[in-house]
Design a protein around this ligand. Sequence first.
Ligand SMILES: Cc1cc2nc3c(=O)[nH]c(=O)nc-3n(C[C@H](O)[C@H](O)[C@H](O)COP(=O)(O)O)c2cc1C
Ligand code: SF4
Length: 428
Amino acid sequence: MEETRVLLRNKDVANMVDVAVSMEHGGYVGLRNALLMDGAQVIETLRDSGLRGRGGAGFPTWMKIKFAYDAGGTSKVVVCNADEGEPGTSKDRILLSTDPHSIFEGMAIVGKAIGAGRGFIYLRAEYSYLFPILENALDSARKSGILGKNILGSDFSFDIEMRSGAGAYVCGEETALFESIEGKRGEPRTRPPYPGTYGLFGLPTVLNNVETLANIGPIFANGVDWFRSIGSENSPGTKLFTVTGNVHRRGVFEFPMGTNLKDIIYEVCGGIAGGKELLAVQTGGASGAIIRPSQIDIPLDIDHVASSGGRLGCGTIFVIDDSNCVLDIVKNTLEFFTNESCGKCIPCREGGVQLLKLIKKISEGRGSVIDIDTMMDLSNTMRETALCGLGHSTPVPVLTSIANFRDSYDRHLDKDPCSKCSPERGLK
Ligand SMILES: Cc1cc2nc3c(=O)[nH]c(=O)nc-3n(C[C@H](O)[C@H](O)[C@H](O)COP(=O)(O)O)c2cc1C
Ligand code: SF4
């Protein structure tokens, strides 16, 4: 199966940090076109394109921009979320390192739409080696008049500054990210107010994922009809899928939205490695749904995955073979989320710890049906009452694994410890 390389079109071009090389390969054509429009026209174009966020929630990109456009005031901000903390995910890293100007271009177009003069890239702390590379690319753009005052001879001025992440998963949550840039502890804010009216430094802010921003230049360069001709009706465009786990060929692959999950696992990634059988797939990262082999024949777009009880999220596909136990996978994700919970709200701070204790108890053969019911109750409470997306998504692997692998849970009840679970992990 051939990839459809829109965002990764320049992946194999050398020295894309240099703005001249980027322009030789079509860089900033979209920005030049957007500079001929007013803010409302830029937003209309994005609305007609149907672009939706690639950071996890799939929110319509134009709508976010419209909130900030409608907000009063003359000082507004654009933020690029390059925190990429979802375990096993590396799609944004590939874009940042192979085509940084495509991200700057997207940010400048959003800036033009809302009349923002400043943009910030919040870069994952573990990607610190990319910091100087991105600084060099920004300098190169400034020297060519693409960033700074009166960009490309227009009356629009826009520049971008780099900020380092704080090494915490929760700082990828938009409001925690703002707090972190402001030099405060990275904890999510209570909403409302929303970022469109009160975001970074209290200013109207548009925050987008790296991949979302990289889509914007090509839309303005090639037009809305071209963009809509790729992908599915409600999720146009391509998607970067990070495939990880027990497949022959792991990596980041670009395919149209709506590409079949089974085809990606078996045709693109060569199927299950080591002569094993497929046990389960987790789509959307650690906070995604865990599904059975019989459920993988689905188109991967935002709405299809959601309607089958899953989550496309950032497009990570974690393939799990039958040498593993589903409960061990759940335990592993709960360890991650309890470590990363910021502790600001009780449902997540306490709920995650209790879920971890319960899954550990069941996997060690000390659990009962009541423990499974308690896990479901706790999970539903967390989903309804936690303050931010971390607390809302912690229960997703729990609830989906109980729904789809109830037989596995039942097999662990009142038995000797499961040989595939790792008893040394988890809370003692
Ligand atoms: C705990 C948590 C971590 C997140 N981490 C990231 C991240 O690393 N990168 C990202 O783009 N979005 C992340 N998000 C989602 C952002 O809050 C936000 O919705 C997204 O960046 C919006 O961009 P988009 O509209 O372009 O998708 C995270 C959300 C939560 C709740
Ligand atoms: S849900 Fe978790 S991460 Fe989010 S604010 Fe509450 S404690 Fe912090």
